[in-house]
Design a protein around this ligand. Structure first.
Ligand SMILES: C[S@@+](CC[C@H](N)C(=O)[O-])C[C@H]1O[C@@H](n2cnc3c(N)ncnc32)[C@H](O)[C@@H]1O
Length: 274
């Protein structure tokens, strides 16, 4: 589906599900095709609570962005694997706190480029760049990205629900090690990831079941990794409170009124580079 050259226009392949479009189904969006809905329906039939997890992921991203643009005082955001526009996106959350905050989204899905650009590039301080997030050195030297962000100054590097789509064969640990190395001092790394609690309980069973549909099925990715693996992606950086936790537990907006097993199968955290 994607082309060899990250910046070349890519063709929309409607015969195979894409991560961005399947995720759009989970969020109740309209930018998806029959092949994408089939993956969604397979999961939804056995694990309807995964829809809540997708929404919890977006809400978490908004709370994190609010914290970073507010208390942490950041004015630059590099949101890797942006996805299709949702109810609220990184630039809206950041620019509500600081209208001058600059946001660059990166994605390699042609539907994100075609349908997302208008909504994501709402103003002069937001850009969508078509690039491959698995190549940290190329991201940090990409002419379009460095035209809009000063990568020698503190920034927020956002990996929201992206790394679990990178297979072990693509070496996500090395990719993240390099990202942490490239980040200037004072930056924050934001990461959320599917998790397997590995406790023999319902959460672990859910993780195994959904990974089987996602990764072993037509979509071909969606890995539920261990807490230790996910912690490792922060490369030893100090996590801000409350650490690496289920998404609903990261500075919730209020009391948590309901819990589902899906709360156990994703973890998120924010860490600062000294
Ligand atoms: C599950 S979605 C997450 C969207 C958004 N970050 C969020 O948390 O709501 C993952 C996104 O990463 C993008 N993606 C996956 N692999 C990528 C790659 N190698 N380069 C750029 N984008 C990629 C997909 O196209 C998709 O839009």
């Amino acid at each position: 589906m994607t082309s060899d050259a990250p910046h070349a226009p890519a063709v929309i392949d409607t015969t195979r599900p894409s991560v961005a479009r399947v995720y759009d189904c989970f969020l109740g969006g309209k930018d998806n095709y029959e092949v994408d809905r089939q993956v969604f329906e397979q999961v939804d039939a056995v694990a309807p609570q995964m829809k809540l997890l997708a929404r919890a992921g977006r809400n978490w991203l908004v709370r994190v962005t609010r914290f970073l643009a507010g208390s942490a005082g950041l004015d630059q955001f590099l949101d890797l694997g942006a996805g299709l526009p949702a109810a609220e996106n990184t630039h809206q959350a950041a620019q509500r706190m600081n209208p001058d905050a600059r946001v660059v989204y990166v994605d390699n899905d042609p539907v994100v480029a075609a349908h997302g650009r208008a909504l994501l590039e709402e103003n002069d301080n937001t850009r969508l760049v078509n690039a491959d997030l698995t190549r940290p050195d190329e991201i940090f030297t990409d002419p379009e990205i460095i035209r809009h962000l000063d990568l020698s100054r503190p920034l927020a590097l956002i990996h929201s629900s992206t790394v679990h789509h990178i297979s072990d064969g693509e070496n996500p640990a090395e990719m993240m090690r390099r990202y942490v190395e490239l980040l200037p001092s004072g930056s924050y790394l934001v990461l959320s990831h599917f998790a397997d609690p590995q406790d023999g309980g319902e959460g672990s069973a859910l993780a195994r079941c959904v990974e089987d549909i996602f990764a072993n099925g037509a979509m071909g990715s969606g890995y539920f990794r261990t807490r230790e693996q996910i912690e490792g992606y922060f490369g030893g950086l100090q996590l801000v409170e409350p650490g690496l936790v289920p998404l609903n537990q990261w500075w919730p907006d209020g009391p948590l009124l309901s819990h589902t097993t899906a709360d156990q199968v994703a973890l998120g955290g924010v860490a600062r580079k000294p």
